[in-house]
Structure formats: C-alpha cells, structure tokens
Design a protein around this ligand. Structure first.
Ligand code: UTP
Length: 472
C-alpha cells in the first residue's frame, strides 16, 4: 500500500485536501514526511492507540481500585535517620569507586509552561553566578567524581528530543562540556508522535508538508534506550546501576550514592525517591500500591478520606509525593525493556497546538486546547515490578527537590522558588561548617566545591555580608 493509501484507509483523508495545490516538490516532501512517521508507527496503529488512550482516561477517572501505601519493606525515610543515610551513602560510594553507576537525564520536554525558547537545562534561574541548570548538574558529577576518587567515572546519558537536541548539544559544546570528559557524555533522542484533533480522530498538520509532532512523553525513555542500544553501552562500560532524574530539579543529587546504596543493600531493581506530601490536598502524584502492585496514582484518583487518612505517627498514610527520580538496575532493563516497549499504553494530554489549516491555507495559534498529544508515562512500568524488588526512599524536600515548571512571577515552581531553594541549601551548609551569615543573607555555594555540604571547613568563622553572595 502506498503512503497516501495507508493514511486514507486509517481515516486521514483530510491530510490531502490541499495536495493538488502544492508544488510537485512540496507534494513529495509531504509524502516523505508522512512515510517517515508511518515507518515508526502505522497510521492505523496510531489511530487505535489514540482511541485506547481516550478510553484509558475515562476508565481512570472512574477507578476505585484498592489503593494502599507501600509496605514498610519497600519504604524508608532518611529524614532524621542519619545512620541509615550514612550506611547507604558508603555503600553507594563503593559502587561508584568501581565506576558502576551511570546517570540518565530526562531533557526531552519542551518546557511549554516555562515559556523559554531554549531547552530548560540552559535556563538561568538568576543565581549570583549566572549558572544554568545543566552547569549545576555537570558540576555535581564533577565534584562527586573527585569526592569518590579512585578514577571514578560517572557516564552521563542525556535524553533529548527533536525539539531540544541541537540547542542542547550546542550549549554543551560552547561550554566545553563544563569540564567533564566529552567521551563520558552521550546524547540520545527520544521519539516523537503526531498529534490529533480533540476528538482523537484526525491527525493535525503543522505545515503544508508535515504533521504536528511532539516528544512521546517521559515514558519514551524506555523505547529511546532500546533504539539507541544503550544497554550495550552500559555493559561495555561496566555500568550496573542507573540514576535517572529530571532536568528541571535544581536540587537533584545527581548520581546520589545514598540512593544507589539503598537500592543495592535491599537488592531493589527499581527504586524511586519521594518527598513528603505537604498537606492532604497538595496536587501531586503519589507512590503507592494499587491491587498490591507498586504504582503512581494521581491525586484526583483517591477519595478525600484516603487523602486525609493518617497513620499512628500522625503522618499522612499516603505521603510519598512523586518527584520522577528513579534507580534502575541494568539487569532489570536487560530483562524487561522489550516487554515495556511493547506494552506501555499512551495517555492523552489536551494542549494548545499551533497548526496549519489546509482548508483555509492559514497557520493557527489557538487560545484554548484544540488537540491531543499522546504521551507515555515513565512510571507506568512500576506495576511490572514485584513488590520485593521495588523500593521508595523518602528524602527531605528542602535538600532534594525544587522543580522549575512555570515562568517568572507565577505562583509556584518557578525560577524564583528554584533559586531560593538552591541558595538556602548552600547557606545552610555554610552555617553548618561554621560560617557566620546574617539572617537576611543567602549565599551561593558552587556545586563544583561541594556535593552535599562537605569540603567547606575553610569557611569556618568566615563572615558573610551582602557583598559576598557566591563562593567557589
Ligand atoms: P514535564 O512533564 O514537566 O514537561 O517534564 P516539560 O516539558 O518540562 O514542561 P511542560 O509540561 O511542557 O511545561 C518533566 C521532565 O521530563 C522531561 C522534561 O525534560 C523534564 O525533565 N520530559 C518530559 C522528557 O524528557 N520528555 C518528554 O516527552 C516529556
């Protein structure tokens, strides 16, 4: 079947309404572009995946499954638990000494809410040093390699997408890979998927010769690992453990030895970090169990009673807020990747999608959602993990999580909150090291100097005032 017929027999005749008005070379470009998409996923499958995603959304909204907190064997907190933290940290360091730890960064999102045209990782959150998120994260890797010593190498795998790839790579080149060894950094792309109209029936054009396409969601990670043969690379380098995190968390402890050690000690194959839910009605996804399997549930999926229920310590029963920060064993990926790629479902996201209208010949920029993007969710694989192989580590929000989602001046999770969280943490480390800092002063501490507060004894007794806001 020719490419035109493939789309037409999947009910997509609308894509060709302007075909006769195109120049010959444009007609060919449109067909080539459509063929590229069809080679990845057939139009028929796309349409049926979208239908299934709409059904799934309807089912989820009615879901009343048996949701419970994780069992204590799969849930531990390092808040106020320094012994466990140190033990896990030391265990993680042993593995880092053998260069068994790799880092995966999710940086394929388009950051639409933030509203910057550059990739999120390039964003300057207004620190005194002017450092970008990428630089801070690169410096954490640099510093941890030094801290561990013994020629520890921490390879960094950066997932980008068609919209973020070039700008990201260029930013790293221009900044000389932030002092890291270029050979230890791998960029790889996640896939993209076409978008549908709001009914989920018709594919949308982004130009006279191409479909609208967008990254296939953070769950596209698994297919991207598979298609880029990364497991071979992990094996070649002797990597056994993976730390996965999101680009937009300025506090992420990249390659965190404590988290790695936690997973190693308990022989977990997949683990996730969580922070404590702020209050019963904070709108975050929660790590829990559904029908006795690990899962992430949306806040909208649980009843008010369950959201407010407390345990015998007076803490919320369901309090493990999801921060999309995972541990994977390479063994697990070797075993399950194909299965995940074949079976993960899609979710719908209703978005404002700029389109080309081939009836009027106009480009349209809608004010309200006009279409559906299909996305996979990274946590949809959780239920495939047996409970005894799944762990969740509760960490302190102020030390590990401050996401950058929204633009300057918005209510929360914006450049100001990210900057303040980063500065407050650095300032608290300096105080613990014996520096004297006025109450109203916040100091930036370079991530190349300290990983999590160590190596700052030179500031003992040092007085900080408003003229010194950054220390190397
Ligand atoms: P978000 O889901 O917050 O999306 O991503 P986003 O693209 O950053 O922002 P919005 O929703 O368009 O405003 C959380 C993390 O997942 C990554 C992002 O780069 C970020 O690190 N992500 C998201 C991907 O890598 N690929 C995707 O397709 C989606």
């Amino acid at each position: 079947m020719g490419v035109c017929e493939q789309y037409k027999s999947a009910g997509q005749d609308q894509l060709f309404e302007h075909f006769e008005s195109l120049e010959k070379n444009e007609q060919q470009t449109l067909l080539d572009n459509l063929e590229k998409v069809a080679n990845r996923v057939s139009p028929e499958k796309l349409v049926s995946d979208c239908k299934k995603a709409i059904q799934l959304a309807e089912e989820n909204s009615k879901a009343g499954s048996h949701i419970q907190p994780l069992p204590s064997s799969s849930y531990e907190s390092i808040i106020d638990n320094p012994e466990a933290e140190t033990r896990y940290f030391n265990k993680g360091v042993e593995s880092l000494e053998r260069s068994e730890v790799g880092v995966i960064l999710l940086a394929g999102g388009q950051g639409t809410r933030l509203g910057s045209s550059a990739p999120k990782g390039c964003y300057d959150i207004g620190l005194p040093s002017g450092k970008s998120l990428f630089q801070i994260q690169a410096e954490r890797i640099y510093r941890l390699q030094k801290l561990v010593g013994k020629n520890c190498k921490i390879p960094w795998y950066i997932m980008t997408s068609e919209p973020t790839r070039n700008a990201t790579e260029q930013f790293f080149q221009e900044n000389n890979y932030f002092g890291l060894n270029h050979g230890d950094i791998t960029f790889f792309n996640q896939g993209t998927l076409p978008a549908f109209d709001l009914k989920g029936e018709k594919l949308l054009l982004g130009s006279p010769t191409s479909l609208v396409q967008s990254p296939d969601g953070n769950g596209g990670l698994y297919r991207a690992i598979k298609e880029n043969n990364l497991v071979d690379d992990f094996n070649k380098r002797g990597i056994k453990h993976l730390y996965m995190y999101c680009v937009d968390n300025v506090l992420s402890l990249v390659a965190d030895p404590t988290f790695i050690g936690y997973a190693i000690e308990h022989k977990f194959e997949l683990a996730t970090k969580a922070v404590r839910k702020r209050d019963a009605h904070e709108s975050v996804g929660l790590i829990a169990t559904k029908d006795k399997r690990p899962c992430v549930i949306e806040y909208s999926e649980i009843s008010k009673e369950l959201a407010e229920a407390t345990d015998n310590q007076g803490l919320l029963k369901l309090r493990a807020a999801n921060i999309v920060n995972h541990y994977y064993s390479v063994n697990l990926l070797e075993r399950e990747l194909d299965n995940w790629c074949d079976n993960m479902s899609y979710h719908i996201a209703k978005k404002k999608i700029p389109i080309y209208n081939n009836k009027t010949g106009e480009f349209e920029k809608p004010e309200t959602p006009n279409g559906i993007k299909l996305e996979q969710f990274i946590f949809d694989v959780f239920p495939t993990i047996p409970m005894e192989k799944f762990g969740c580590l509760e960490v302190q929000r102020s030390k590990e999580f401050s996401p950058l989602k929204n633009g300057p001046g918005s209510a929360n999770d914006n450049p100001e909150t990210s900057r303040t969280a980063y500065l407050k943490l650095g300032t608290s480390w300096l105080r613990s090291a014996g520096a004297v800092i006025d109450d109203n002063i916040l100091v930036e501490v370079s991530s190349a100097t300290t990983y999590k507060g160590e190596n700052l004894s030179q500031f003992k007794g040092y007085k900080f005032d408003k003229n010194n806001s950054y220390v190397e």
